[in-house]
Write a protein that binds this ligand. Structure first.
Ligand code: PMP
Length: 359
């Protein structure tokens, strides 16, 4: 605490991202990055944009990228907002659309950045417990159950559980809450869940948030986007243009356009991850682990014989890093493990087998 900090800065409880280790030769399964590289067309597009034009500011509206995203969803560029990773998109969403006179609601076990944005923007919020199977009970988000609320946000699939929710249930929640914005954070949707993008034209209160970090293997490029009614997008633009007019640089815009266009690479690489996830889930279950059904590029799993902390430490001693959340207590025995390459998954399973044999 410094006497030079504002009152708000002193009160913040910032998000702590997963470790990015500086040592080599670790199997890194802790931050849900894609195990395979981005489309070669992305690399070419970035190389082609890496020239003298870098002395010029990028397009502040990212028009060509928004057109390319819109085409993927049969929408118009006016339906699209882009930002520096979906974290930045979400920050603007909280500020522009979810800061209302009644509390925002989201699941008690969910993306841990949500309460951080509430702290930064001084948004009142209430968390809704997941059910005993760690599923979002969507009836809790219906007006009869939720009472007076200012907005709803949850990820589909949820993080860190990996559990997905069917589109008809999501539509029911959106339709039942027409006077507030419902945000579906679909960071992991392309690993097995169904996107709500097709509902954007039907519901002016729905905002769908996507990222290129996960299924398009571009966590390092920092590109995310939101799909919604032009009124919602204009609200986001007002906040963005009061903060940073140029969130996406020239290289990011060029690379992101190429990524959106290379649908074949996208499909093939996300299918490879899904295939490895199913194999890994079976292999760990065969060792006696409980593995929640996942529709994401990670699994949420616990070993009946070791605490989450013990297993994470034993894996780390074998040069494998995974994500462990100490709180809430209900999930402290689980580990969130990112799906790696087939070889990395096999090494993880061998390490778990070895750890179990040693206790
Ligand atoms: N939403 C969820 C649920 C996430 O897990 C993440 C990744 N930490 C993000 C959004 C943000 O991803 P990015 O900023 O890389 O787009």
């Amino acid at each position: 605490m410094s006497r030079f900090w504002s009152r708000l800065v002193g009160q913040l409880d910032p998000y702590v991202p997963g470790e990015q280790p500086r040592v080599q030769n670790l199997i890194k399964l802790n931050t849900n990055e894609h195990p395979y590289g981005p489309s070669p067309r992305v690399i070419e597009a970035i190389a082609a944009a890496n020239n003298d034009s870098l002395r010029l500011y990028p397009d502040p509206t990212a028009q060509a990228l928004r057109e390319s995203i819109a085409k993927n969803f049969d929408l118009k560029p006016e339906h699209i907002f882009v930002g520096n990773g979906s974290d930045e998109v979400l920050a603007h969403v909280f500020h522009a659309l979810l800061k209302q006179d009644a509390p925002l609601i989201f699941p008690d076990i969910s993306y841990s950045f949500y309460p951080v944005y509430c702290g930064l923007y001084e948004i009142e919020y209430k968390t809704i417990p997941l059910d005993d199977d760690l599923c979002i009970r969507l009836t809790d988000y219906m007006p009869q159950a939720a009472g007076k609320i200012g907005g709803i946000i949850f990820p589909n699939p949820n993080a860190p559980t990996g559990r997905g929710h069917p589109l008809d249930l999501i539509e029911t929640v959106v339709a039942a809450n027409p006077d507030i914005v419902v945000v579906i954070d679909e960071a992991y949707v392309y690993f097995g869940a169904v996107t709500a993008a097709s509902l954007v034209n039907k519901y002016p209160n729905l905002l769908v948030v996507h990222t290129l970090s996960k299924s398009r293997s571009l966590a390092g490029l920092r590109v995310g986007y939101a799909l919604g009614h032009p009124d919602l997008i204009q609200g986001l633009d007002r906040v963005k243009n009061s903060f940073n007019s140029y969130p996406l640089d020239r290289l990011a815009q060029a690379g992101a356009i190429a990524a959106m266009e290379d649908v074949a690479h996208f499909d093939q690489s996300r299918r490879a991850v899904i295939h490895s996830r199913e194999q890994l889930s079976k292999d760990l279950a065969a060792l006696g682990f409980e593995v929640l059904p996942s529709q994401a590029n990670f699994i949420f799993t616990r070993c009946p014989k070791l605490s989450g902390e013990q297993l994470a430490a034993a894996l780390r001693a074998r040069h494998i890093i995974v994500r462990h959340f100490k709180s809430p207590a209900r999930i402290s025995d689980f580990l969130r493990i990112t799906i790696g390459t087939e070889e990395q998954c096999a090494q993880l399973v061998s390490a778990c087998r070895e750890i179990l044999a040693s206790i």
